[in-house]
Design a binder for this molecule. Sequence first.
Ligand code: PBG
Length: 322
Amino acid sequence: MPFPTERPRRLRENARLRDLVGETVLTRNDLIYPLFVSEAIQGSEEIASMPGQYRHSIDSLLKQCELIMKAGIKAIILFGIPREKDALGRGAYAENGIIQKAVRSIKQEKFPLVIITDVCLCEYTSHGHCGVVKGERIDNDATLELLAAAALSQAQAGADIVAPSDMMDGRVQAIRRALDDARLESVPIMAYSAKYASAFYGPFREAAGSAPQFGDRRSHQMNPANRREALREVTQDLCEGADIVMVKPALAYLDVIREVRDMVNVPVAAYNVSGEYAMVEFAASHGVIDRQRMIMEILTAIKRAGADLILSYHALEAADWI
Ligand code: PBG
């Protein structure tokens, strides 16, 4: 319909009308809050590259869970930082590893939170790679066993969902089999399916001390230039038994989120990663943006693109603003 019959501004006249015709509404149920738990610290320690985010001891983590629950958030994702790292990332699948202890402690307190655990080796290996290193290469199939052991020990400790972020081929299948063999067939897998080799993970690697000591992650994480390949990764993870698929990072990959959403029938998660958080925080600390508006705009845009679940370091504050 041509102007002047058609006037899109009619429905923007005031806030009530705008709310009435709003297409996307962010809710607390959409948010997952990431937390770092460290074996090496007392209390908590602010992460320099992510102002406002902390590495927590288990005690401090429990206090944080209390706040998260009170804010109305339903789910957290945990990353462990062990005291000692070794070539095979043993801390990732140790019965009394930091993540296993943290999960048991949260469960003991009976917090009504869905506990998701990140499954990867890079936080636990001395070389910072996500798998078993042979020469200069990461051995895919040798890594699968260790990832399955890590996921299994997390689920045995009480994790409600396990989330492999390593990008080895076949890891969803290996984890599904290990869980099923241990009668943990009802523990879901949230797969980081389309995970790109991204510069946006920089602050996380400082937080977890997980930067690779040599080389990079391009032999397993995806090339940012690729779109069709993301759909292949997602399809493969679903065939192997993934219950939820993820696109990561979020902001530079909204097109990928949309395409994945249109292709699958499972819930789609998107990870609003550490570098995206840091960009907002450092811009805000220089007074060049309206911080709250920008955060809500980003989270709403990720949902509009098709994400059902959003992992975000801004989740706790956003839950308060919703
Ligand atoms: C572990 C892992 C990473 C992130 C989540 N899980 C780091 C990486 O792949 O290097 C990044 C999260 C973020 O940047 O917020 N493999």
